[in-house]
Design a protein around this ligand. Structure first.
Ligand SMILES: NC(=O)c1ccc[n+]([C@@H]2O[C@H](COP(=O)([O-])OP(=O)(O)OC[C@H]3O[C@@H](n4cnc5c(N)ncnc54)[C@H](OP(=O)(O)O)[C@@H]3O)[C@@H](O)[C@H]2O)c1
Length: 193
């Protein structure tokens, strides 16, 4: 295990991380875009949202994924079976958010975190299309409600451990060549968009 400091909103640290991985290993087999922030430090209800905060959430949860992925692509392209896993959220599912039968349809509206994950889902589909011919499989996943620093600060009920949440990431990171690409998954299978 090798730890590398990386701020996904800082181009210099991203470039430095790619250089270190390249120098040491010459290629990258798996990229898990896991870093994410909730924006719970300020108002994000659509009608009263702090626009700077919404931008910061998108900077990490969406633009940061593009920055890191593109910096790592030359290394991923040198792998025989590169996989990209984008850690999204069930809250990014428009289908769940609008299904009257699903509890998420009754959650309060937010302009930052849920749309940032919906955008990440859309981005995952576009990367999957772009990278399919190179044999790079790109999928989004949701870890479910896990007990982490993230949920501790939100005070939400959680039913899963961080290990539980990581299982779907490992599964998508180790897909065979005939595995899916451009999908959205949790432990139970396909998550509706
Ligand atoms: N926990 C859940 O129930 C849940 C449910 C659905 C989806 N998710 C998603 O799962 C992912 C992981 O969440 P988590 O629960 O493990 O949250 P967490 O405990 O708050 O951890 C988030 C991680 O992201 C890192 N990070 C944030 N901004 C970063 C940046 N600019 N550059 C580099 N790293 C950055 C943080 O690093 P520092 O600590 O150094 O800031 C931290 O290690 C997130 O994308 C989240 O949206 C979580």
């Amino acid at each position: 295990m090798h730890a590398i400091m990386l701020d996904i909103t800082d181009a210099a640290t991203i470039e430095a991380a790619a250089d270190r991985i390249g120098d040491r290993f010459g290629r990258l087999d798996v990229l898990v875009n896991n870093a994410g922030i909730s924006g719970s430090s300020g108002p994000t209800a659509p009608a009263t949202a702090d626009l700077d905060l919404v931008r910061r959430v998108f900077e990490t949860n969406f633009f940061g994924v593009i920055a890191v992925t593109n910096a790592m692509l030359p290394l991923l392209s040198r792998s025989a079976a590169a996989r990209i896993v984008n850690v999204s959220s069930g809250i990014g599912s428009l289908a769940r958010m609008t299904d009257p039968e699903h509890y998420m349809s009754r959650l309060a509206g937010h302009a930052a975190y849920p749309p940032s994950k919906t955008a990440l889902n859309a981005l995952s589909v576009q990367y999957a299309k772009d990278l399919r011919e190179r044999g790079i499989l790109v999928n989004a996943c949701t870890p479910g409600p896990c007990a982490t620093d993230f949920t501790r600060h939100l005070g939400l009920p959680v039913t899963r451990t961080a290990d539980d949440g990581a299982a779907i990431m490992v599964r998508l990171a180790t897909l065979g060549a005939d595995g899916p690409t451009g999908g959205f998954f949790d432990d139970d299978g396909v998550v509706p968009w």
